[in-house]
Design a protein around this ligand. Structure first.
Ligand code: GAR
Length: 193
């Protein structure tokens, strides 16, 4: 578990690739008194990520790192995180896989949210795969990140019922509503709050 020192909030970077609705909910949460984290940095691999243009990200430092053909990119990110005194990372719809070396530098301090009830449906296209398998439930999971994809220790999960005629889009919408509640709850749990 991450330890809180003093009364200062833990400086956190949120990594995104797309819409950023989880980022939005994390920022909202971070501004509440009970939040142990502050969102100090937003990192994206995608310059077109909508999340970079959300209304409530205005005052937060943002940086895009292009992963394509850039094998030293993680070193650059690590340096940038260090310069900004980042202590914790929340992956929120970040669609790149981080190396073992990167993860070890932030051991136990990287969280991820995944749109399935892990260990089921790791990877991509989770909603369609759950529907195809006639699952009765799907959901979302917040977990610690380790070097194996979507396999780190589970912090919290929330179940969502799959109804008749469910589509991957309708399921994604339902799960996302729960994701926005689950991520803050999981952060409180990580800090024993
Ligand atoms: C969320 O459903 C998140 O769980 C998922 O991408 C979506 C991002 O939405 N993440 C993954 O699939 C990671 N493997 P958002 O950009 O609106 O937060």
């Amino acid at each position: 578990m991450v330890k809180l020192t003093g009364y200062k909030k833990v400086k956190t970077a949120v990594f995104i690739s797309g819409t950023g609705s989880n980022l939005k909910s994390l920022i909202k949460f971070s501004k509440t008194r009970k939040s142990p984290i502050s969102v100090n940095l937003i990192i994206s691999n995608n310059p077109k990520a909508k999340g970079l243009r959300l209304e409530n990200v205005n005052k937060i430092k943002k940086k895009v790192f292009s992963f394509e053909k850039n094998y030293k990119i993680e070193d650059k990110i690590l340096t940038f995180l260090e310069e900004n005194e980042i202590q914790m990372i929340c992956l929120a719809g970040f669609m790149k896989i981080l190396s073992r070396n990167f993860i070890n530098k932030f051991k136990g301090k990287i969280l991820n949210i995944h749109p399935s009830l892990l260990p089921k449906y790791k990877g991509l296209n989770t909603h369609q795969r759950a529907i195809n398998d006639n699952e009765k439930f799907s959901g979302c999971t917040v977990h610690f990140v380790n070097s194996k994809l979507d396999s780190g220790k589970i912090i919290l999960q929330k179940k969502v019922k799959i109804t008749e005629n469910e589509t991957k889009n309708s399921l994604a919408r339902k799960v996302l509503v729960q994701e926005h509640k689950l991520y803050p709850k999981a952060i409180l749990k990580v800090f024993n709050l």
